[in-house]
Design a protein around this ligand. Structure first.
Ligand SMILES: C[S@@+](CC[C@H](N)C(=O)[O-])C[C@H]1O[C@@H](n2cnc3c(N)ncnc32)[C@H](O)[C@@H]1O
Length: 280
């Protein structure tokens, strides 16, 4: 698949994802939240599109030793949940970048609603080519998103370019293991837009080639196995909303693709990693 076709597949995947701005607003409304006085403290239960909710943000913040003075780049920021959380709880300025226009529009709208637009800003761009100046960020983070980016070398070189020397890159991601077959890779790419999955040792080598020193690489496979079973149940609980928004066939395709993905954590074909690397 060409790079442009893949990026289109990613956009279309996230344009029809069960978690979206309309879905969040509907759920807040159903839960009786007054949207005129929405705060990040309330919104954080609805807007995190990664595993382990805000605890995962704290784990990255701790790993990166976040300080109030840090300017943080959230690469593949989605609807901006982690960016708003870090601004609110660690006092940082955060810039979020995401490829999908509807994600960035949602992120900006939710940030306006929580009154954080002075600390948290967003940019719609491909993470392999971000229109931002060199050496601007103290910290870069990302969660469960680099797995969509086919050219990890380009992504990591671009990330290094944007970070100050000594800056900390802390991220979590879906990784393959030595057991993963080509057929599984192809199905994950076709159905979930996952591309260029690498193993943990390959990630470390690529980071070093891109100008980082790897400080820590924590295997999350076992932890995620249980979490992903719950996540599949969560997506199933959104069935009525997903069918109403995108149709029964879309829900059925999603459900089968996600169940296959979750099963790869049982078979050991997939794992997860939390990584800290410093920019040399
Ligand atoms: C699972 S979501 C994670 C969102 C966010 N990090 C969070 O934790 O809430 C993955 C995000 O990666 C974005 N993405 C995928 N490929 C990208 C690329 N090449 N450049 C920028 N963003 C990308 C998608 O649009 C999507 O919003």
């Amino acid at each position: 698949m060409s790079k442009d076709t893949h990026l289109e597949e990613v956009r279309s995947f996230y344009d029809s994802h069960p978690i979206s701005l309309p879905q969040i607003l509907e759920k807040l409304d159903r839960d009786g939240v007054d949207l005129r006085t929405l705060t990040e403290d309330t919104l954080q239960a609805y807007d995190q599109d990664h595993y382990s909710g805000v605890a995962a943000n704290d784990a990255l913040a701790e790993l990166a030793d976040l300080a109030e003075s840090d300017h943080v780049l959230d690469i593949c920021c989605g609807l901006g949940g982690p960016a708003r959380y870090i601004a609110r709880h660690y006092g940082c300025r955060v810039t979020g970048v995401d490829l999908t226009g509807s994600r960035i529009e949602g992120a900006a709208e939710l940030t306006r609603m929580t009154g954080q637009a002075d600390r948290v800003t967003f940019l719609c761009a491909d993470a392999m080519s971000m229109p931002l100046p060199d050496d601007g960020f103290d910290v870069a983070i990302s969660q469960e998103a680099f797995c969509h980016i086919p050219d990890k070398d380009k992504l990591l070189q671009e990330t290094a370019r944007l970070m100050k020397p000594g800056g900390r890159l802390a991220f979590t991601d879906i990784v393959g293991t030595d057991a993963i077959s080509d057929a599984t890779r192809q199905r994950l790419e076709r159905e979930l837009a996952l591309a260029g999955l690498c193993t943990i040792p390959e990630y470390c080598q690529r980071l070093e080639r891109a100008g980082f020193a790897v400080q820590k690489a924590i295997d999350l496979g076992e932890t995620w196995r249980e979490i992903l079973i719950e996540r599949l149940a969560m997506y199933r609980s959104l069935k009525d909303q997903t069918v109403e928004r995108f149709g029964q066939a879309h829900f059925d395709n999603w459900d089968s693709a996600y169940a296959f993905f979750v099963d790869q954590y049982r078979t050991g074909d997939l794992s997860g990693v939390r990584l800290l690397a410093t920019r040399l």
